[in-house]
Design a protein. Structure first.
Length: 140
C-alpha cells in the first residue's frame, strides 16, 4: 500500500523577464543533502535501491522518468514478487515526488538526457548504514 507516497505540485510564472518555476509547498526543513541524476539514454535502469530509514524527494527538471516502487516486506530477504507501483514524473509537471522510508525504487528515463534532483533527509555519512541495493530484475 502506498499511503504515504505523494506528489507535491508546483507551478510557474512567465513574464517579459522569463519564467520562474516553483514548488512552494515542498517543506525542505528535513533535507540534509541533494544530488543530481542524469540518464543519457532510455535503456539504463538505475535500481533497485531501498532505504529503511532515509526518505527521498525527486524533482525532475529535464525530461521524463519512470519511477517504480515496491514496499519492502522483509529487509533481510525481501520477496521478489512484491507489487510494483509505476509513476511517470515529467519536468513539465513541476512537482516534487516524495518517497517515504521503507521503499525500493527503480528509475528509467523516458527521454534521452532526462535529469532529476534527489533530496535526502540524512547526511552522506549515514548513507552506508541505510543502503540496500538489489539487481534491476529482482522485483519482476
Amino acid at each position: 500500500m502506498l499511503q504515504k507516497v505523494k506528489v507535491i505540485s508546483g507551478g510557474h510564472h512567465v513574464d517579459a523577464r522569463g519564467e520562474v518555476t516553483f514548488v512552494n509547498e515542498f517543506d525542505m526543513s528535513q533535507v540534509k543533502r541533494f544530488y543530481r541524476i542524469k540518464h543519457f539514454d532510455t535503456e539504463t535502469i538505475r535500481g533497485w535501491r531501498a532505504h529503511k530509514i532515509e526518505q527521498r524527494w525527486f524533482h525532475v527538471f529535464n525530461g521524463t522518468f519512470m519511477v517504480k516502487l515496491v514496499k519492502i516486506d522483509n529487509w533481510g530477504n525481501p520477496s521478489s514478487n512484491l507489487d510494483q507501483h509505476k509513476f511517470i514524473l515529467k519536468a513539465t509537471d513541476i512537482s516534487v515526488f516524495h518517497i517515504p522510508v521503507g521503499y525500493a525504487s527503480s528509475l528509467q528515463a523516458m527521454e534521452e538526457n532526462s535529469e532529476m534532483i534527489v533530496f535526502a533527509d540524512y547526511p552522506i555519512e549515514h548513507a552506508k548504514n541505510d543502503d540496500y541495493l538489489f539487481p534491476s530484475d529482482y522485483f519482476n
